[in-house]
Write a protein of this length. Structure first.
Length: 367
């Protein structure tokens, strides 16, 4: 009789290496069933964290192997690098304010959000963090996601805020040549970051649809044929050639006067130009809302949120565009009025004419 040959080919298994948050490349290894072999030496890096071992689970709860250990493999598997994380601490300093905030611990290369500011300072607005008390270091926004590689202290940055109150509403004196004082928030809002209400130019109440068809001072339905019935200097835009040569909103059509009461009013186009030309302008994120910070020569600031615009039946471009009406008609093209606009991540703003039927924000002024 002949013996039965029980020989068979041995299985091969693949070991794959995962950096588990680190960087670099390692070639996978092939193991033969039952034959011991040394693991490759780790080639991954993870900032200044120290490699400690390999594990069959990313969180280290599986089987652990040392670097270069000789093992026998019985199935395909992935080995995850395990790291001794280097901890760093962020300490928060009120920098003239009051309150208390716990320090925050980061592992090296770990990215996470800063906590929301808990400090306060009378008559000042919190506008972010900086690595230097005087604001000359690296700046971070409130709750910004960051990674650090050393222990640091973050100092609260403050902008001089409220300098007075008129008729129940706070204002900021920016030291402007005209003496114009700017309100701290938009009509319809209660905080500087609030979007507030939207108004068509010359209208004093909010509505659901912002188009020429539903505009109070026109009987036309289109941009090309507005048929204006008030505030018109060009007969071609007026109904049946109508003109009244009114170039500034009357009190009953001024959203600030009607909603807040005198001496509050909408700014003129000249006052928008004065704001633009006499302030440092900086795009900021304040309490997670994007907008433009205008800082006067006296160090005081006002924040204008990028509230977008209301057109037809929807608000659009929030956190991207800011659009604010003046009380001044663009007389040479009476279907439009002067307004201020700005765009995200730009330190510039513009004074231009915009179609009167759009819903824009209103920031009141007084003197």
């Amino acid at each position: 009789m002949f013996a039965i040959n029980s020989c068979r080919n041995k299985e091969t298994y693949t070991v794959t290496f995962d950096s588990n948050g680190g960087s670099g490349n390692m070639v996978e290894m092939t193991f033969i069933e039952g034959e011991p072999q040394a693991l490759s030496v780790n080639l991954f890096k993870y900032c200044d964290n120290v490699f400690s071992s390999w594990n069959t689970m990313p969180n280290g709860s599986g089987t652990t192997f040392n670097d270069g250990q000789t093992i026998i493999v019985t199935s395909d598997m992935t080995l995850y690098a395990q790291w001794n994380m280097t901890p760093y601490t962020i300490t928060f300093d009120a920098n003239g304010g009051v309150g208390y905030m716990d320090s925050q611990t980061f592992n090296s290369c770990e990215e996470k959000a800063l906590p929301s500011n808990l400090f306060s300072r009378e008559n000042y607005w919190f506008v972010g963090w900086n690595t230097a008390p005087d604001g000359t270091g690296i700046s971070y926004d409130n709750q910004q996601r960051i990674a650090i590689s050393d222990n640091i202290t973050l100092y609260a940055k403050w902008s001089a805020g409220v300098t007075g109150n008129v008729a129940g509403y706070d204002y900021v004196d920016l030291g402007l040549p005209s003496g114009t004082k700017w309100a701290t928030f938009n009509i319809g809002a209660s905080v500087p970051e609030g979007y507030g209400n939207y108004f068509a130019w010359g209208e004093t109440a909010v509505k659901w649809t912002y188009t020429w068809r539903y505009y109070d001072y026109a009987e036309g339905a289109t941009f090309d044929d507005p048929r204006l019935i008030k505030y018109c200097c060009n007969s071609e835009y007026g109904k049946n050639g109508f003109t009244d040569n009114l170039v500034t909103l009357q009190a009953e059509d001024d959203a600030a006067i009607v909603n807040w009461g005198a001496p509050w009013r909408m700014p003129t186009s000249e006052e928008l130009i004065e704001l633009k030309n006499n302030c440092t302008i900086e795009w900021r994120t304040q309490n997670n809302i994007g907008g433009m910070l205008f800082t006067g020569t006296n160090g005081n600031s006002v924040f204008f949120p990028a509230a977008g615009r209301y057109h037809e039946s929807a608000v659009s471009y929030c956190d991207y565009y800011g659009m604010y009406w003046s009380s001044s008609l663009r007389s040479e093209r009476s279907y439009s009025a002067w307004g201020l606009s700005f765009i995200s991540d730009s330190d510039a703003c513009f004074i231009d004419g915009y179609s009167r039927d759009y819903g824009f924000s209103v920031r009141p002024v007084c003197r």
